[in-house]
Ligand binder design. Structure first.
Ligand code: GDP
Length: 471
């Protein structure tokens, strides 16, 4: 059994979902204004999942001058108690600054999170869904807590977030008791796959190994056409039967003497082709391709770029820590190229800020224009993704940064940063030791990441940074 918290700003619909999960009208029945309920954890159920739900619902109704402060405190407690967080937004109302604040709290906790977009049945919810990517919490799961829509998907998303083992683990009282009351020493702020720095030897960059590339994108973006042109032959056969897919496999290729393994997405294509736009992209198929790859070429249709699915895919690639390159395809169809290109570049930076400097190339899979340049960018991004910075250089840089723009004081005490080291590559991952990692604002962590990116020339790849307590 695990513990789940529903977190979000007032009025997004937390109570409604809470009632659905806990199966009782708790928020309404129990709530006496000004009185704090003592029982805050309830049994919850969702199909085959059994869990505890931490209740923050109703708290916002208690009149208080420090409403925001209290909500924040309550949210922090709920987050601390939870194994998984359902971060809820109102897709109809769109993203507000309050959403951003709460999202920061959630991200800071480093806990598994499901971004839940409520009221998705409403008119105008589409824009809110799109907007939700800005939170950097991954792909939103659309539901209607009121009408019960999207609840099966929510169940799947929860299982995915915490993993099957955890989701279906039996009650273990002993383990619960053994768990420390305070959060562990390490706070992972961005990224969650940084392990013990001593555990991993960073391998040197090896250009003789085949470079693994996946080509992903939504149906009809032009993936198959591109692969065929690259390979110079009709390697991807079109299947006669609807819905039949074959397992994805890799195809060996060579580019300027460099050995390449291309992920053959024929299966993916045929399936999408048949079901056309009715069905959303199969995330598991895309994931398989993405996990196979080191570099992922995300094919956008330049005539209809930045659709919701494009962003979902890009988000997946980034979250999986792969080296992304965008190919704006069908460039042969574009007339006012300068204008369109400027627009595409602006959107890339704005909509995918996690990977500042992301490389994007215009191509035509059909005529072959731009493929060479695309491959140059693939090789370069791959090299950056493998980049390692010496501890000496890192700390000389860090010293200057901390002197010129020190971390803020929190509750009257200045936060101190001591030391930084790179603990992994593919993508680059760093650990910073500092006083009170839990108090370090997210904005400062971003500042460090952006600084690293610039100073050590790592544009366009995900960068992981975690904080540790210094002794
Ligand atoms: P996939 O579903 O991503 O594999 O897309 P396809 O490769 O099957 O391409 C979808 C459609 O776009 C087909 O009709 C292609 O002929 C067309 N197409 C693909 N690439 C280009 C391109 O570079 N230029 C133009 N004009 N059309 C393209």
């Amino acid at each position: 059994s695990f513990t789940l918290a529903i977190v979000g700003r007032p009025n997004v619909g937390k109570s409604t979902l809470f009632n659905r999960l806990a199966g009782q009208k708790l928020a309404l029945v129990d709530d006496t204004p000004g009185v704090t309920r003592d029982r805050r954890v309830h049994d919850g159920k969702l199909y085959d999942l059994k869990f505890k739900v931490v209740d923050t619902a109703g708290l916002e109704e208690t009149g208080s001058e420090t409403l925001e402060g209290r909500m924040r405190a309550q949210t922090e407690i709920a987050i601390a108690e939870a194994d998984v967080i359902l971060f809820m937004i109102d897709a109809k109302g769109g993203i507000t600054p309050a959403d951003m604040t709460f999202a920061d709290l959630v991200r800071k906790s480093g806990k598994p999170v499901v971004l839940v977009a409520n009221k998705s049945e409403s008119r105008g919810a589409e824009a809110g869904m799109y907007d939700a990517f800005r939170l950097g919490l991954g792909e939103p799961c659309p539901i209607s807590a009121e009408h019960g829509q999207g609840i099966p998907d929510l169940r799947d998303a929860i299982v995915e977030a915490i993993g099957k083992e955890r989701a279906f683990a039996e009650e273990e009282e002993a383990e619960a008791e053994a768990r420390p009351a305070v959060a562990s020493q390490e706070t992972t702020l961005i990224g969650d796959d940084i392990e013990d720095p001593d555990a991993e030897e960073i391998p040197a960059y090896d250009a003789s190994k085949p470079l693994r590339i996946a080509i992903v994108g939504r149906p009809n973006a032009g993936k198959s056409t591109l692969i065929n042109t690259m390979l110079g032959e009709e390697r991807l056969l079109t299947g006669p039967e609807a819905g039949i897919t074959r397992d994805s496999i890799s195809v060996d290729w060579e580019w300027r003497g460099r050995r390449i393994k291309l992920f053959d997405t024929a299966g993916l294509r045929r399936k999408s082709r048949v079901q056309e736009k009715l069905e959303k992209l199969s995330v598991s198929d895309a994931l398989r391709a993405i996990r196979f790859a080191e570099v992922v070429i995300i094919v956008f249709d330049a005539t209809i770029p930045f659709e919701k699915q494009d962003l979902q895919i890009a988000d997946l690639v980034i979250r999986e820590g792969r080296a992304p390159v965008i190919a704006f395809n069908k460039w042969d169809l574009i007339e006012n190229r300068q204008e369109v290109l400027a627009d595409l570049r602006e959107k890339t930076e704005r909509l995918l800020p996690q990977v500042r400097g992301l490389r994007a190339v215009t191509i035509s899979g059909e005529t072959g224009q731009g493929i060479d340049q695309l491959m140059e960018n693939v090789a370069l991004t791959h090299e950056i993704w493998n980049r390692r910075v010496s501890t000496g250089r890192l700390n000389r840089w860090l010293e200057g940064v901390v002197t010129h723009h020190p971390p803020p004081a929190v509750s009257g005490r200045r936060l101190k940063i001591k030391y930084m080291t790179q603990v992994k590559t593919r993508p680059p991952g760093f650990v910073v030791s500092c006083s009170r990692p839990e108090a370090m604002p997210q904005s400062y962590v971003r500042y460090l990441i952006n600084g690293l990116r610039e100073q050590f020339q790592m544009p366009g790849v995900p960068i992981r940074l975690s904080l540790r307590t210094s002794d």
